[in-house]
Design a protein around this ligand. Sequence first.
Ligand code: FAD
Length: 415
Amino acid sequence: MARVDTIVLGAGIVGTSIAVHLAKRGVAVALVDRGGPGEGTSYGNTGIIEGNTIFPAAFPSSFSALLRVALKRAPEANYHLLFLPKVAPWLLAFRAASQPSRLIETAQIIRPLMARAVAEHEALSAESGAEKYLRHTGWLKLYRSDQSFKAQARELEVAARFGIANVPLDTDAARALEPSLKPVFRHAVHWTGAVSVSNPLALTRAYAARFAALGGLAFTGDARSLHRVDGRWRVDTASGPLDAGDVVVALGPWTPDLIGPLGIKLPLAVKRGYHWHFRPQGNAGLSRPILDADNGYCLAPMEQGIRLTTGAEFAARDAQPTPVQFDRVLPKARELFALGDAVEPKPWMGSRPCFADSRPVISRAPSQRGLWLAYGHGHWGLSLGPATGRLLAEMMTGATPFCDPAPYGAERFMK
Ligand SMILES: Cc1cc2nc3c(=O)[nH]c(=O)nc-3n(C[C@H](O)[C@H](O)[C@H](O)COP(=O)(O)OP(=O)(O)OC[C@H]3O[C@@H](n4cnc5c(N)ncnc54)[C@H](O)[C@@H]3O)c2cc1C
């Protein structure tokens, strides 16, 4: 039987980053996953390290937008009808958190973490030899109409208040940055401080290799085998039982499978999302990710091809994939960029683990000694993985945390 100080359950970008940060602080750590590092949700994202993002994704603010979603005409969202009653309480909380004043509040609360997102990735990638995966070219949001451009004026105002760099561009100026874009949009905003990743899987693997180089141990096992033995925690792995005084649960959308049976019920929902890689036609290419704001999809240049990612689908995490949003967004994407053939026969699906207040939980678990939680990073898990790793490692080792962790506490759901 192996004994360590801390077991980290889940080797996504969040768990792997936590493992590295603990190992760097001299903690003996074992990282446990049923698969390889970065093969879960962290595999399939758009690759944007969104240190500059201000507002979280919000519930539709107008009746017409909501109606489009309800009628399944909205490119940015989809749902399974039979799942709606189940997710209704979460949707109501999400709608309440999408009021303009609450969005500003969330932007302020998440800022200390977001402000470290890029710097913590830079530090971790430098020591992991993974800088080659980071592109310092920002990202580009495109607006096809004057109306949709005007609708994000408040975001630019708040950005100015937070000191977040951006450059509004007209069509020609945006095409000077990205000559392969076709002129089907009228405005763009270049968020110059964002960084993007050319291969999110390779990045998490590089961080996992850094963890191993620091003496960290990696095991294959089912996290749901976690139980207590003589006051310590034990997990069964393919190499035998593993014991520790502390356990971090970083299982992303699968976290409730473990903590639910331990009596910890926090209101997590998943927003499923899809990606599909396409070969660019001819010499077409992109130097940074692009959001088509009017149509709710992104195009991101990846080592595998141009990755088209979709918005949110409300459906049970384990229900069969229903990638109908591609029917809605692909014609729009082809208007904008010369997408060629699909690289894979069918799209990939993942599940963003989301709390309705768009904040992760990074805290001690309520009522379970030695249990820590780090999950629910929603649309921002790639961005916030290393910042979360640092924050939780500081909390667990008694160092002064770089920011106040209170807003990310699990207790906020228990008031
Ligand atoms: C389409 C899409 C686009 C996105 N774009 C972005 C973006 O541009 N920028 C951004 O910041 N974020 C983005 N995200 C969100 C981001 O990908 C997630 O928030 C992040 O990957 C969550 O990381 P995680 O480590 O918490 O979870 P995961 O990566 O899912 O890791 C959890 C791990 O737990 C393991 N596991 C689960 N159950 C068990 C078990 N029983 N036993 C053992 N191991 C288990 C899994 O194998 C997995 O490796 C996007 C997400 C999607 C779906």
